[in-house]
Every structure is written in C-alpha cells, then in structure tokens.
Design a protein around this ligand. Structure first.
Ligand code: NAI
Length: 279
C-alpha cells in the first residue's frame, strides 16, 4: 500500500513501504543505485554481492559511498538492511541467503538480479576465438547467476502468491556493435532477456511478474574510463538523447518495475539506453 510520511523537512514518497527487496551485485555501481532507490521508496533491502566492499576498486565509486557498505547506507536512510556476501553462481549459498531474508523479515517481494559484467578485451572476446575459460566466467556470473537467483527467490514468492523480479540484460544483447568483440557478454545478456520471458510465462499464474531491463552506456566508476577509451563523443553519435546514462536513470525504471505501477507488465524487455537500440 502506498504510504506518505510527513517529515519535519519534507514529504517522503513511500510506495514500497512494508516491502522486502533483494538486489544482487549491489555493493557498487548500478546495483547500489537500485538498492538505495528501493530503500528511499520505503523497502527493506538485502544487499548481495561476492564482495561487499567492491566499491574500493574504483575511486569514483569509493567517493560516492556514505557508509562502509551499501547496507550501512540503507540503515542511514532509516530502513532495515542486510549485507550478505554471496556468489550468485553458488545455488546453495543463494538459497541460504534467501531463507535468511525470509526468516528475518517474513517475506520477499522484490528481486533485482543485477550481478554480472564482462571480462576480457574486445579483441580477445571476438565470437570466433573467445576462450572457454573466459566464456565460462561471463556466462556464469551473468546467465547462470541470474537463473539461480530467480529460482531461489521464486520459492518464497510462489508461497506468497506475489512478487516482482527484474533481470538485467544489456543493449549488447540487442545489437552487435563491437566488430565481433564481447560476443560472450552479448550472448549471455540476450539469453537473460529470453530466459526472463520464459520465467514470466512460468510465474504469471503465481501472481509474480518478471521483466528485464537492458541498459545502454551507463557511466559508473568502472565504465566511465572505458567509455572514453571506446571513443567517447563518437559513441554518443548513436545515442538520440546525446549523453551517457547514469545509474539513477536505470533506478527509475527498476522503481517502476518493482512497484504497483507495473502490475500488468510482465515478460517485457525495456531498453534504458537513451534511444540507442532503436535508432
Ligand atoms: P560493476 O562491475 O560496477 O558492479 C557489479 C557488481 O556485481 C560488483 O559489486 C561485483 O562485486 C558484483 N558481482 C560480480 N559478479 C558477482 C557474482 N558472481 N556474485 C555476486 N556478485 C557479483 O557493474 P555495473 O556497471 O554496475 O553493472 C551492473 C549490471 O548492469 C551488470 O549486470 C552489467 O552487466 C549490467 N550492465 C551495465 C552497463 C553499464 O554501462 N555499466 C550496461 C548494460 C548492462
């Protein structure tokens, strides 16, 4: 139920009050923005990541932090928070984390399957030569990790008869633009989008929605330097809105997919890319 709480300095908009959310890969970057946005809208949030201090890898990410971990930042917003160190390729660890959340907070309403990312250079990950070892890592952390997360969260969601699942694809799963490089990543993200549609079909009868967002060029601490090295202004020529995206741009769409506003939306793949995919 939407709740509006009066504060001394402002009126908070809390459409997710009373909801429990889980976000994977939330220790930094876009995942951190999802976790903070859901908490700002009233949800209690579990932050899952295989390194809860991964923000330390990038100065831009470290500078943005307002606590030692994202869970601590969420506490600072006045919500309940859990930080759980989990690798999304480990089904047993994921199941344990989900049981812990349900034991402590009684339910699970929202799951954002965000953990992922690529490995390797554009040149060494061309479709015809990408090494099996690199392929395994990228398929594992993106595709397998997403599927295992969805399977773990669907257990309590099915019992409740409700839930909102959001997976994270990429514009790299929609279009080929790197001369054949990052083929492993693009293939994993395309598979996540298709898996999400199967999941929507499977879970619809339980009152659970499943949708996929497909971000374009989003400037995070990790990606900002790469975007410059990939051509900066040249890349932007393909983006109708003429700028790189921000984690906040993605968080707005996740907020929609996690709230009642999207109750009749399932199996959708939503680009968040300034118009790149369809230009
Ligand atoms: P990032 O690399 O900055 O953050 C990823 C987080 O996931 C890190 O905290 C990392 O520790 C965690 N993680 C990685 N593998 C994990 C595993 N196996 N188990 C648990 N945690 C794991 O990435 P960024 O840029 O914030 O991207 C987030 C998601 O959005 C990823 O799925 C990425 O593929 C996707 N994406 C990002 C785009 C961008 O432009 N930044 C564009 C399109 C999609």
């Amino acid at each position: 139920m939407t709740e509006i709480k009066e504060c001394s300095t402002m009126t908070e908009y809390l459409p997710l009050a009373g909801k429990v959310a889980l976000v994977t890969g939330a220790a930094r970057g876009i995942g951190r923005s999802y976790a903070l946005r859901l908490a700002e809208r009233g949800a209690d949030v579990a932050v899952l990541d295989f390194d809860l201090h991964s923000y330390k890898d990038f100065p831009l990410e470290a500078d943005a932090m307002r606590g030692d971990t994202v869970a601590e930042e969420i506490h600072g917003l006045g919500r309940r928070a859990l930080g759980v160190q989990v690798d999304v390729t480990d089904a047993e660890a994921l199941n344990t984390a989900v049981r812990q959340i349900v034991n402590e907070w009684g339910r699970l309403d929202i799951a954002i399957c965000n953990a992922g990312g690529g490995v390797g250079t554009l040149e060494e990950t061309r479709a015809s030569i990408v090494e099996e070892k690199v392929l395994d890592v990228v398929l594992g952390r993106n595709l397998t990790g997403t599927i295992l997360t969805c399977q773990a969260v669907s257990v309590p969601m099915k019992s409740q008869g409700s839930g909102k699942i959001v997976t994270v694809g990429s514009q790299a799963g929609n279009r080929i633009e790197t001369n054949g490089g990052y083929a492993h990543y693009g293939s994993a993200k395309a598979a996540i989008a298709k898996y999400t549609q199967y999941l929507a079909r499977d879970l619809g009868p339980f009152g659970i929605t499943a949708n996929c967002i497909a971000p374009g060029y989003i400037s995070t601490g990790r990606l900002a330097p790469m975007l410059s090295s990939m051509g900066g202004a040249k890349l932007l020529e393909g983006v109708p809105l003429g700028r790189f995206g921000t984690p906040d741009d993605c968080a707005g769409v996740v907020e929609f997919l996690a709230s009642r506003l999207s109750d009749y939306v399932t199996g959708a793949i939503i680009p968040v890319d300034g118009g790149l995919t369809y230009s």
